[in-house]
Write a new protein. Structure first.
Length: 325
């Protein structure tokens, strides 16, 4: 597996990362994705040191601006920034001027006036990070999840985890099961895995299956069993009730019975299939506890790799602004 190492001295790098903002997987080429994954791999060992800190982004200012609840994404971005010695600040919508009627753009412009280098935004409206990127002249925007649109860093850490275990992504069969319609994780993963040559299958209740999935490169399956046949990777998604105006399934019990990943269903997948979940897990609903904690589960490794991927994104974005190690 090729590892990326920042060039030293007069060594000329044949590839240059040129994205000022990270708004979605859709903007990234195959070379971009591999470059990010290789960079993340080179940063991962920092988390295993006794002193988990390097001066890579010393003096840089990073703001986590989250309009939605988050544990893994917000904290891993914060840890990633602090491990590279950046100054980090967290803002929740409940404590921002948005509660007083200030628009998102005005809030961002006021933040920009304080000269941050990167604003990491999670927002319930699809396209919000792109909106800010068009109105912010200085600094960069990273999408930490926008509505049902995209969650690029999650897809990147998922691809990194699969690549570490399987040694490749090209040719793998990836099954994504659950609430596809409301999942930004599903959208980004379909784009990312298919772009790297995997076959992505999706399955779920008809009310959770949006139209035009085929246009993203996914294969829509009529049953969960069909999706799992010889799957190398099985990813379960949470039912996102907060994005549903009305219940789209009869009950959680019925969903768990027909679509919950359990040992019986996994017999259709490959014996060495990886079990994944972007979190948080509703045990006994989208996945049984013995599967979530079983030998094939890499769920906690996804969390570990999330820090490395976000370190890579911060490093590479700062590199486009003339910063870096």
């Amino acid at each position: 597996m090729r590892r990326y190492k920042p060039p030293r001295g007069n060594v000329k790098d044949t590839y240059r990362f040129q994205h000022k903002h990270i708004l979605g997987i859709e903007q990234l080429s195959v070379s971009d994705i591999f470059h990010i994954l290789d960079t993340a791999l080179s940063f991962k060992e920092i988390s295993n040191r006794s002193l988990k800190k390097v001066p890579t982004l010393k003096g840089k200012t990073i703001i986590n601006f989250f309009f939605e609840p988050s544990t893994r994404t917000r904290l891993s971005f914060e840890i990633a920034a602090k491990r590279m010695s950046a100054d980090t600040f967290n803002i929740a919508a409940s404590t921002s001027s948005a509660q007083k009627g200030e628009t998102l753009i005005d809030t961002a412009r006021n933040l920009e006036a304080m000269n941050p280098d990167i604003i990491i935004l999670r927002h319930g409206s699809s396209g919000a990070p792109g909106l800010l990127a068009r109105h912010i002249k200085n600094g960069a925007i990273i999408n930490a999840g926008d509505g049902s649109h995209e969650h690029p860093s999650q897809a990147l850490l998922d691809m990194m985890t699969v690549r570490e275990h399987k040694g490749k992504i090209d040719g793998l069969k990836v099954a994504i099961v659950g609430d596809i319609a409301h999942s930004r994780v599903a959208h980004s993963n379909i784009l990312g895995f298919t772009r790297l040559g995997a076959e992505v299958r999706v399955a779920g209740p008809a009310t959770f299956m949006p139209p035009h999935l085929e246009s993203l490169g996914a294969c829509v399956c009529g049953s969960i069993q069909e999706a799992l046949v010889d799957a190398d990777v099985v990813m379960a998604l949470r039912i996102q009730k907060e994005r549903q105006d009305d219940p789209l399934i009869p009950s959680l019990r019925e969903y768990a019975h027909f679509y919950g990943i359990n040992r019986s269903l996994l017999q259709h997948a490959r014996p060495d299939a990886l079990i994944m979940h972007p979190g948080p897990i509703n045990r006994g609903v989208e996945m049984s506890p013995d599967v979530a904690d079983g030998a094939g589960s890499v769920i906690l490794e996804q969390v570990t790799n999330g820090v490395a991927v976000r370190m890579a994104l911060l490093y590479l974005i700062m590199g486009t602004q003339g910063a870096g190690a």
